[in-house]
Design a protein around this ligand. Structure first.
Ligand code: ADP
Length: 467
């Protein structure tokens, strides 16, 4: 783990194994942090906040973050290989994640000296103004699906705003977050500014969520865990950003350009083997083009290659045996409820690999009330029904609309209960505020909105007496 600028073992000396999901074979032994390690990390992060980071001129902080962005780009090959090994994701996807990680640090590096307050008109004999101040030590609890990209997404704005960080990666994928913190030191981050304490949910995770020294927490993960983390944060009224995933729809109207839509729809579900909070898993299609679209999706999904991430197939394995069992279970339940499998639906062993592989799967004849966890086609008749089905979920992370009619696109977009809506495209840049409506969470990551989330305002008012 990385605490106070050093690579150290856990205080208890315990470790756990990180497994290559393509083979099921352990590839690294990782320090197993617990309450004692978290407590130490929070204390050193607080000392670094007070002593070394918050008062440093913004331009200097920005320059260190930019150096880190450049170091990430310089080490892209090494980082992508490590990410691919630890998560099983295809190398080309891991490369993209590393480039995105560099971009987060670059984006927020440029913003450090542009965090403005306001002057507030009260009276001609008073001066009132607000400033945006850091919180102190920020805790970050992140999942296993995009370890380096999500680390960068949440740590870069926190540090840019003048906070210091303690990050707990997911137990399934800790390697690139640890490496990222090492690169941070190389780039010139003072010791204690960016700490990483790997470990299990019930040990390091819980300790971080419950710690009284954490002044703000950013959580990305499942809805169930998010509820537990919120409850833990209630004890100290720790403010939170919650990114809890979704069940995001593609709405395909009859005039959609399917040649343009189909590759994007497929990419939006196979990327990271579907293990993406924004995976576009519900294809809600005008019944007049349902059979054409289903056939095009089938052809494309059937032609995909599966394999070891480092061999750069179209799709890699799932992260773990438990995720594999879960996906297989959902497909079984969907069939029992009357859905039909258009393609896929089975566990598989590409090249005799013993990892956690599941075929890319498309289900048809799905009713909106079915519980499914793959890509599914649901037909609609009329725009009102399309919108109702799209919004008929407790989640509200993203949505996509495919049509050549701009009025229809904008009319529908205005009615989507989702934090991001895409028209004839899918997927977001670093610049676009990202986060959920409803049970997909609250608070925003990415863009300038995220930077402000890591600040709190202070208003100073003075009444001016005549000299
Ligand atoms: P998944 O995406 O596998 O469903 P979770 O949402 O459970 O994962 O986990 C996301 C992150 O939250 C991981 O780093 C995990 O260790 C951590 N975590 C899980 N449970 C808790 C908890 N009760 N308190 C704090 N952190 C937790």
């Amino acid at each position: 783990m990385i605490v106070d600028g050093e690579s150290v073992r856990s205080r208890s000396g315990r470790t756990f194994e990180s497994v290559d999901p393509s083979t099921g074979v352990p590839v690294a032994s990782v320090a197993r942090g617990d309450l004692e390690d978290v407590d130490r990390a929070v204390r050193v992060a607080n000392a670094a906040f007070e002593g070394r980071w918050r008062r440093r001129p913004p331009a200097e902080r920005g320059s260190i973050l930019l150096d880190l962005a450049n170091l990430i780009s310089d080490r892209a090959d090494e980082l992508a290989a490590l990410e691919s090994l630890d998560t099983g994701k295809p190398l080309h996807e891991a490369r993209l994640d590393v480039a995105v990680a560099a971009r987060y640090f670059e984006y927020y590096a440029g913003a450090v000296d542009k965090i403005f307050g306001q002057t507030i008109p009260v009276s001609s004999d008073a001066l009132a103004f607000s400033s945006r101040e850091p919180f102190g030590v920020v805790g970050h609890i992140i999942p296993w699906n995009y370890p380096i990209a999500i680390s960068a997404r949440t740590v870069a704005p926190a540090l840019a705003a003048g906070n210091t960080s303690v990050l707990k990666p997911a137990e399934q994928a800790s390697l690139t977050p640890i490496r990222l913190a090492e690169l941070g030191l190389e780039a010139g981050l003072p010791p204690g500014v960016f700490n990483v304490v790997p470990g299990f949910a019930e040990e390091a995770g819980r300790a971080l969520a419950e710690h009284s020294g954490i002044r703000r927490l950013s959580f990305t993960g499942s809805l169930e865990t998010g509820r537990e983390v919120m409850a833990a944060c209630a004890a100290h009224v720790t403010p939170l950003t919650m990114e809890l995933g979704g069940k995001s729809p593609h709405l395909i109207f009859a005039d959609a350009d399917l040649r343009r839509a189909v590759p994007t729809i497929v990419e939006a579900i196979i990327h990271n083997a579907g293990q993406t909070c924004t995976a576009g898993s519900r294809v809600i299609v005008d019944r007049r083009i349902e059979s054409d679209l289903t056939e095009l999706l089938r052809q494309r999904l059937a032609g995909l290659t599966l394999g070891r991430g480092l061999d750069d197939p179209d799709m890699g394995p799932l992260i773990s045996q438990s995720q594999l069992d879960r996906v297989a279970g959902y497909v079984g339940v969907a069939q029992e409820q009357g859905a039909t499998i258009v393609v896929g639906g089975e566990r598989t062993r590409p090249g005799d690999l013993d990892g956690y592989f599941f075929q890319p799967t498309l289900l048809a004849d799905v009713q909106p009330e079915h519980v499914v966890a793959s890509q599914e086609v649901i037909r609609f008749q009329g725009v009102e029904e399309a919108i109702r089905i799209a919004n008929d979920t407790p989640y509200g992370l993203t949505a996509a609309i495919w049509t050549s009619d701009l009025d229809l696109a904008m009319w529908t977009a205005n009615r989507m209960e989702a934090g991001q809506v895409f028209i004839n495209c899918y997927g977001a840049g670093v610049e676009l505020p990202f986060g959920g409506w409803k049970q997909s969470g609250f608070g925003r990551e990415k863009g300038m909105e995220a930077l402000l989330e890591y600040t709190q305002s202070r208003t100073i008012a003075a009444v001016l007496a005549k000299p």
